[in-house]
Write a protein that binds this ligand. Structure first.
Ligand code: SAM
Ligand code: SF4
Length: 330
């Protein structure tokens, strides 16, 4: 039995949001006051998350990503990672983090079975970083990246949400970083989630700007294949670079036809697509594998062919009730 939708897409990748809490307030993710937090009792326990994955692994789920909110603010996260990486059939456990608490936690996360890391770092300039994250300390993230290099994590991906007038002038610095270090920069288009309409309209940048900038700097971008977990990114490498550059452009060019990912939200909802508001509450079914499998299949049947984030669709906002990435699990 496998997880397939009515468009023939097969699913082997599950993103698990372990919390909606976060120690930052990134300007593209939430307002300065944060999001309305879930009561603690509404958040799935680690035992429930492990059981959920034990039921889905025999159906073809092989890769997991732990995300949030900020996953490292949840106590005992290393134990969850340990339990998940021991589930038969699970081949890869990755983490997306803002890096603020990474340096001091990474060794034990690795010991427990964490394979891969995405670290969000939208600026390499302390003041801009602080402005984007509303208070984050760039030194903490850089310490986390250094630790990841020292512990030989590979690949180490750096997530960079590109925004007009905020970090667009840093494209060259990020490109240069891949020349000097085995770091894999993933530029991500700013997606119109949550309630920042005007802000999004003013700040959104299509990622063609990265290619244009690279060419203007005289770099030749070679297509690159072979890095694990590159489902949605267009990957390039500058000649002689140690790292790579990835472009994730859900807005200017969606990749829905190759989507292989599903989501479990922190409050126990199965979410077949990041964009549409279809969510199925599965917490109550976690103790009943047959019921849970039925609900997952029902969710997959409802999954739409594609999202409607494209900038060419001025009505995108009236279509759905969008939740921020911190609520959905980015
Ligand atoms: N707190 C962790 C972090 O920041 O890495 C994990 C959760 S965060 C929601 C996951 C990813 O979603 C981050 O790389 C973040 O930059 C990205 N993200 C959040 N809101 C976004 C938006 N509106 N458009 C594009 N990416 C977004
Ligand atoms: Fe927190 Fe990550 Fe959202 Fe930033 S992007 S506010 S770090 S959840």
């Amino acid at each position: 039995m496998s997880l397939e939708d009515k468009f023939g897409r097969q699913y082997d990748y599950l993103r698990i949001s372990v919390t909606d809490r976060c120690n930052l307030r990134c300007i593209y993710c939430m307002g300065p006051e944060g999001i309305k937090l879930l009561p603690h009792q509404d958040i799935l326990t680690y035992e429930e998350i492990v059981r959920f994955v034990e039921i889905l692994a025999p159906l073809g789920i092989k890769k997991l990503r732990i995300t949030g909110g900020e996953p490292l603010v949840r106590k005992g996260i290393e134990n969850l990672i340990g339990s998940l990486s021991n589930i038969p059939g699970i081949k890869d456990v990755a983490l997306t983090t803002n890096g603020q608490l990474l340096a001091k936690n990474l060794e034990k996360l690795k010991e427990k079975g964490l394979n891969r890391l995405n670290i969000s770092v939208d600026s390499l300039r302390p003041i801009t970083y602080k402005k984007i994250t509303r208070g984050g300390d760039l030194n903490n993230v850089l310490a986390g990246i250094k630790k990841a290099l020292a512990l030989n994590f590979s690949p180490i991906k750096l997530n960079v949400v590109l925004m007009a007038g905020i970090n667009e002038l840093e494209i060259a610095d990020f490109l240069k970083l891949t020349l000097d270090y085995p770091l894999h920069v993933r530029f991500i288009e700013y997606m119109p989630l949550d309630n920042h309409d005007t802000f999004w309209l003013n700040r959104y940048l299509p990622l063609q700007v990265v290619k244009d900038r690279a060419l203007a700097l005289g770099y030749r971008l070679n297509s690159y294949e072979g890095l694990p977990g590159n489902g949605t990114a267009e990957i390039f490498q500058i000649n002689k670079a140690k790292g790579t550059i990835g472009l994730i452009h859900p807005v200017s060019g969606h990749f829905c036809s190759t989507c292989n990912r599903l989501r479990l939200t922190a409050d126990g909802k199965f979410k077949p697509c990041l964009y549409w508001d279809e969510e199925i509450y599965v917490r109550e079914a976690i103790g009943n594998p047959q019921l849970l499998t039925g609900l997952i299949k029902e969710g997959l049947c409802k999954k739409k062919e594609k999202h409607l984030m494209a900038e060419s669709n001025p009505d995108y906002r009236s279509q759905v009730n969008l939740r921020s990435m911190a609520q959905i699990g980015g």
